[in-house]
Write a protein that binds this ligand. Structure first.
Ligand code: SF4
Ligand code: SF4
Length: 404
């Protein structure tokens, strides 16, 4: 096959039909941490989690989709989590599971991860520990003494699984950048980089309406400089992740990986410091959906509930075909709202030729140009107000895996 034909096929593969691709599922509202960065704090530890039977009905009425992101609450506190993932696997043929955890239950994290990989042969898992600083800082932000030590223990305990499952398991860290840890982000990243216990480290700016609003007041240091260090760390992870790939593919995979992560940072930085919109339309509500622990359903984590799936008898199809969802999609197009939420930036990017053909290559080419970026200080987070009256929420941040 000529290179021109190959290239045309590659371009055609980038154009995807807009259908459900990613579901963010809040497995439970129960949490054993008290993170001051948490946007979901008002909803935590309430009754009303969907039961396994309800999940069975729900998943049977959902189409196949690729990507399941667990959220909460702390997903490992849901004792039937492997059964839930099995339902999504059997009924919706999911291929990729993003499994975030605070790491407070190391044995459960290890055992659930192993069980889910064993029971679902088509599944790749990205297991992501939320770690926001070195021991003292992390425990102070998360409100749990000894949390850093437990999370580190959990990371150690899953190392044999990395060897056992190879590229079906990617272990990473999500770090939320806030006022109390921005100075420690790079020492934290270097600490884990040297230990070679991870496949990736991801960084998000604090967002939404956190328990401690003071943490959003990032001081007037240069966030661009921080990203400049971060991109070098992510280049090291990319080099490790693809070192045994075909030499011809290796460079391209590294470039896509680093370019994509740097694209996330550029979009977030521009949004946060200048209130700049995304360079592509948001596809929330069309290619992604959020299902809360109690069956509430939302186009994204920052917009209000469109209803409760229990009112549809857990028939997802009925909700998906409803006028309510169609109107929300129209409203998102009209509002042209934007935010720093990486799950939705990443998912919308998948459906944008501009992002894939222009912005990601450009982000790769400019990956070391951060020093020239000058934010408008002080940073307090600029997000276009939404029509929604619901507080913006977030549980553990998302990430991409080198396998995506
Ligand atoms: S951020 Fe996650 S771990 Fe922390 S309190 Fe919120 S739900 Fe719990
Ligand atoms: S708030 Fe963000 S994720 Fe939600 S619809 Fe707007 S741009 Fe998309």
């Amino acid at each position: 096959m000529s290179r021109a034909v190959e290239f045309c096929r590659f371009l055609a593969s980038l154009k995807r039909e807009k259908r459900l691709y990613e579901v963010i599922f809040f497995a439970t509202s129960v949490c054993n941490a008290r993170c001051r960065t948490c946007f979901y704090w008002k909803e935590l530890n309430r009754p009303g989690d969907l039961s396994l039977d309800e999940m069975e009905t729900l998943t049977r009425t959902m189409p196949s989709f690729h990507h399941l992101i667990l959220s909460g609450g702390e997903p490992t506190l849901r004792r039937d989590l492997p059964e839930i993932v099995r339902l999504f696997s059997v009924n919706n043929n999911i291929r990729f599971l993003n499994f975030p955890t605070n790491g407070l239950k190391p044995i459960i994290v290890r055992d659930f991860t192993n069980q889910m990989l064993a029971e679902n042969p088509q599944l790749t898992i990205s297991l992501n520990f939320s770690i926001d600083g070195l021991a003292e800082t992390h425990d102070r932000i998360r409100g749990v003494p000894g949390n850093f030590h437990r999370a580190e223990q959990a990371i150690e305990m899953v190392q044999p699984l990395r060897r056992k499952w190879g590229k079906r398991l990617w272990v990473g860290i999500n770090t939320t950048i806030c006022r109390e840890n921005y100075h420690e982000v790079i020492p934290l990243a270097n600490y884990f980089l040297e230990r070679k216990v991870l496949d990736g480290h991801y960084f998000q700016i604090i967002r939404g309406d956190p328990l401690d609003p003071e943490l959003k007041r990032l001081p007037g240091s240069d966030l661009g400089q921080l990203y400049d260090h971060i991109v070098r760390i992510q280049e090291t992870y990319a080099a490790r992740a693809f070192h045994d790939d075909d030499p011809r593919a290796r460079w391209l995979k590294r470039a896509i990986y680093v370019g994509t992560l740097n694209f996330h940072h550029r979009v977030q930085f521009a949004n946060y410091t200048r209130g700049a919109p995304w360079p592509m339309p948001c596809t929330a509500g069309q290619t992604s959906i959020v299902i809360d622990y109690n069956g509430d359903v939302r186009a994204c984590e920052l917009r209000g509930a469109l209803g409760n799936l229990r009112d549809y008898d857990l028939d997802f199809r009925a909700f998906w075909q409803s006028v309510i969802r169609a109107r929300e999609v129209e409203r998102i197009e009209q509002d042209r709202c934007f935010c720093t939420h990486v799950c939705f930036i990443h998912d919308s990017m998948r459906f944008s030729l501009r992002a894939q053909l222009l912005e990601i290559p450009r982000s790769y080419a400019r990956r070391h140009a951060w020093q020239k970026s000058r934010p408008a200080w002080p940073l307090a987070g600029r997000q276009r107000p939404l029509r929604s009256d619901r507080a913006s929420v977030s549980a553990p941040a998302s990430s991409i895996s080198p396998s995506e």
